[in-house]
Design a protein around this ligand. Structure first.
Ligand code: GAP
Length: 452
């Protein structure tokens, strides 16, 4: 069963080194978090699972890793300068600022006053300066989505690979938004990561592809250990669609604070490629938007038969890494009541996401024979390339099991005195707590079966 409250998750994340408040020793920085020793492993595992399913397991997707600093022209022509804004209101009573849709029934969430200003648009993009001169000619934006650099690299990827429609470009990376009210832990933050695919298709085939991607993405989240009952699809109402979208389906997840967006799957039409394409009407390009006289690119494809140029449509599954981590942790969190009346907290993570795959623990701390054998087993298992295997010389097996239950380690391997005689070890399962004796010669296969 998922965690009962956000507090449970926040406490576990801090206690066990998944997520820390950024700049904590100076009082923190609002809406910004750091990932600790186990958080970075979990996050990398989630990103790797996405990359594997998007790039390695398909033959129609290429990868990209582009810059965060973005030329303002990109975000001008993408429409973000004009429209990427949330409605901001002020409380006249306590002078606090809120996103208009984050008020409590029209009242200030801090002081309860209903004396609130009219909403006005607040652009969410962060600006910074390039070089030593700080003026309007030298600024750049921190990208608010990874997608735009996929569009600006469309021709580079097309020209440097054998990609032909339909095909996609996948990217994982940081995005920045000056959220008016960041909240709910890592759910709504100002610096976050996205896993985005821009999948380019022939106009006219876009609606079919959109449906296929919605199904694919639901399946993928289930494979990350999310119970299908906690996932819902939301067809975004027309008046709430982003400026580039013809239709968007959100994958909603039952977070501890409520049902909220985990991923959005948008039909961006030819809006972005068309917007970034040089305005050359004489080239007879079919596109909805062609109003750019600063770009030098033609982000279009040519039909081999009739030689006409057309701008592909884009289907975009866009998932938040941080929201993914929160969802996966929430699903995996369990508190079991044991037969002896005590409780144990465990993270029942799918093995491929677990930050540590196995812990090798010598029965006695600092016993040279046990320690050497345990270290040797750790080294042999690391060679399998399954992920992080730790050697733990704490000497308290019970405590070690509890600690590893709480961080989601699927297997603990205990090296005891029998090991030194018959080369067998005790392997304990996180979820069932069952223990079995396994020959060290069979350990590699045992782990491959359980973890890979
Ligand atoms: N390129 C499309 C795009 O950026 P979006 O719905 O604004 O669409 C996509 O964002 C995903 O990024 C969201 O579904 C969410 O998972 C994540 N995301 C957006 N804003 C976020 C924030 N402030 N904090 C954490 N994740 C965020």
């Amino acid at each position: 069963m998922p965690a009962q409250s956000m507090e449970d998750l926040v406490a576990l994340c801090k206690r066990r080194g998944f997520v820390f408040q950024a700049s904590e020793i100076y009082g923190g920085i609002q809406g910004v978090y750091d990932y600790g020793p186990l958080g970075v492993e979990l996050k990398n595992n989630l990103k790797n699972a996405w990359w594997r399913s998007m790039v390695y397991e398909r033959d129609d997707v290429e990868g990209l890793d582009s810059a965060i600093l973005t030329n303002p022209r990109v975000l001008h022509y993408s429409g973000h300068e004009e429209t990427f804004a949330d409605p901001l209101v002020d409380c006249r009573q306590c002078k606090s600022r809120w996103r208009a849709d984050h008020l409590d029934d029209g009242a200030c969430p801090r002081c309860g006053s209903s004396d609130i200003t009219e909403p006005r648009p607040f652009n969410l993009m962060f600006k910074t300066n390039l070089g030593p001169v700080e003026d309007d000619s030298s600024f750049a934006y921190l990208r608010p989505e990874t997608a735009q650099s996929v569009f600006t690299n469309f021709k580079n990827v097309l020209d440097s690979t054998s990609a032909r429609l339909p095909f996609g470009i996948a990217q994982i990376g940081k995005a920045f938004r000056n959220e008016i009210t960041p909240r709910n832990f890592i759910f709504r933050v100002r610096e976050f990561e996205q896993m985005e695919l821009e999948f380019f298709v022939e106009p006219g085939t876009d609606e079919d592809w959109h449906e296929r991607w919605v199904e694919d993405r639901l399946d993928w989240w289930r494979q990350q250990g999310i119970n299908g009952n906690n996932l819902k699809l939301l067809h975004v109402p027309e008046d709430e669609l982003a400026h580039y979208s013809k239709a968007t389906v959100d994958v909603m997840y039952q977070f501890p604070h409520g049902l909220e967006e985990l991923e959005g799957i948008a039909n961006r039409t030819d809006f972005d490629l068309g917007s970034h394409t040089k305005n050359q009407r004489d080239l007879d390009i079919d596109a909805t938007v062609l109003a750019n006289d600063e770009s030098n690119a033609r982000l279009a494809v040519q039909d081999q038969a009739d030689r006409r140029w057309s701008v592909p449509y884009v289907i975009e599954p866009s998932a938040g890494v941080d929201r993914g981590v929160l969802a996966v942790l929430n699903e995996a969190y369990r508190v079991d009541r044991l037969a002896n009346g005590t409780e144990r907290t465990l993270l029942s993570l799918p093995a491929h996401l677990a930050p540590i795959k196995a812990a090798v623990i010598p029965l006695k701390r600092n016993h040279q024979g046990l320690v050497d054998r345990a270290r040797g087993i750790k080294t042999e298992l690391m060679r399998l390339g399954l992920g992080r295997i730790v050697f733990e010389n704490t000497g308290n097996i019970g405590k070690g099991y509890r600690r590893h239950d709480e961080v989601g380690t699927p297997l603990c391997i205990t090296v005891d005195f029998e090991t030194l005689e018959d080369e067998s070890v005790t392997v304990r399962d996180r979820d069932t707590m069952a223990q079995e004796r396994v020959a060290t010669t069979s350990l590699a296969n045992y782990l491959r079966e359980r973890i890979a």
